[in-house]
Design a protein around this ligand. Structure first.
Ligand SMILES: [Zn+2]
Ligand SMILES: [Zn+2]
Length: 388
């Protein structure tokens, strides 16, 4: 099998589609126009069903065979990021402060390419579902899709996704059984004490000692520990205290932290410990603390057989094996699908010299569209062949 399963004209159309999506990014939960663009693009592939409004602006495009067989879902993400791109190229984001810096525009183009391929290689049996999922960046989209009653019409036996990975050679593949991406959660700690005149700080209640204690408590988890069953990482992302004035002792503060572990139960334990410690520290200092959780991502655990299908599909295509230690430290909400189906998440190199994901210069390489489509097509064939 070749690394390209589409003719050059299709690849040019897909690059054009990616550029259009890249120029008009939408934030998590607001991907209405993005979903519409994809529905219009894929209408020409004559799918058997289209489901709209899945878990928000999600879109599922289904190609069904006449005979029962495996139901295989491939997933891409619809959302951009609230980060300004540096731009300076023709298809740069036209929306101030919003950009496709995670390469989701490329993932969508790959999935649309699979649709073009399926139009010519319609499933004889089983079915293929292209899921364009909303709100991946906030960790809410996959769960919202699963909670949508329409998902009962899909119920895939298998679900696959890829994420592009700058720093790895273009088209190199990383996949394996077990943990593929970390569980994580954001905690926002809002401290309330009492302000005082700066000359009389002892008459107020300052949150400063609580912030200092929080930093000390998290310090053991702030380095880069080796990946292992006890892996715990705490990143202090943001802090704010009082007002920028020399005459006031602060009465209020906020701290934002992100916690990461290898699996969901370890995350729940870590979170409970951090919350209990922060609450007891605050109480001892006479402070009130309100703790809210945000951006919760399940860990992604690859099913062994799903991972084997991906690895074998990559080998068939002659894709280089990437030197990349799994799991990825960052999180992916694709893990939520693991509760309902057998999942396989893999990483495809976006080029060694590419800027990192979520940085202002990142632009998904068009050269990765062809191998991405070929990989998904090969995975589908492998699942089908093995289901006989
Ligand atoms: Zn991202
Ligand atoms: Zn992403």
């Amino acid at each position: 099998m070749k690394k390209t399963v589409l003719p050059p004209d299709d690849l040019r159309r897909l690059a054009g589609l990616r550029h259009a999506l890249h120029a008009a990014p939408e934030l998590s939960g607001q991907e209405r126009a993005t979903a519409e663009t994809l529905a219009t693009f894929l209408a020409t592939t004559r799918p058997d069903h289209i489901l709209r409004g899945l878990g928000g602006h999600g879109l599922a495009v289904v190609y069904a065979g006449k005979v029962p067989g495996p139901s295989v879902m491939f997933r891409a993400e619809l959302d951009g990021l609230p980060i300004a791109a540096r731009g300076g190229y023709a298809h740069a984001s036209r929306i101030p402060g919003i950009a496709h810096l995670c390469g989701h525009d490329g993932h969508m183009a790959i999935l649309a390419g699979l649709g073009l391929w399926l139009a010519r290689n319609r499933p004889a049996r089983g079915r293929v579902i292209l899921l364009f999922q909303p709100a991946e960046e906030t960790g809410e989209g996959a769960r919202a899709v699963l909670a949508d009653p329409q998902f009962a019409q899909l119920c895939p036996d298998w679900a696959f996704a890829l994420h592009n990975m700058p720093g790895l050679p273009l088209g190199a593949l990383a996949v394996g059984p077990g943990p593929a991406s970390c569980a994580s959660v954001g905690l926002r700690l809002a401290y309330q004490g009492r302000e005082a005149h700066a000359s009389l700080p002892e008459t107020g209640v300052s949150p400063a000692p609580a912030l200092a204690a929080l930093m000390a408590d998290l310090a053991p988890y702030s380095a880069s520990p080796a990946m292992g069953p006890d892996y715990r990482l705490a990143t202090l992302c943001h802090m704010q205290m009082g007002a920028p004035a020399f005459g006031i002792a602060p009465g209020q503060a906020e701290a934002w932290i992100t916690l990461r572990t290898l699996c969901d139960t370890a995350l729940a334990e870590f979170e409970a410990e951090v919350v209990a410690r922060a609450q007891s520290r605050a109480a001892a200092l006479g402070l009130d603390v309100k703790i809210t959780r945000h951006d919760h991502f399940n860990a992604t655990l690859n099913d062994a057989q799903a991972a084997a299908h991906v690895a074998q599909a990559g080998a068939e295509l002659g894709l280089q094996k990437a030197e990349f230690a799994l799991p990825m430290r960052a999180s992916e909400d694709f893990g939520a699908f693991g509760a309902r189906t057998r999942t396989g998440l893999c990483f495809l190199g976006a080029g060694v010299a590419q800027p990192a994901l979520h940085t202002p210069d990142y632009d998904f390489p068009d050269a990765l569209i062809a191998p991405g489509v070929a990989l998904f097509a090969a995975i589908w064939r492998r699942v089908l062949d093995n289901a006989q």
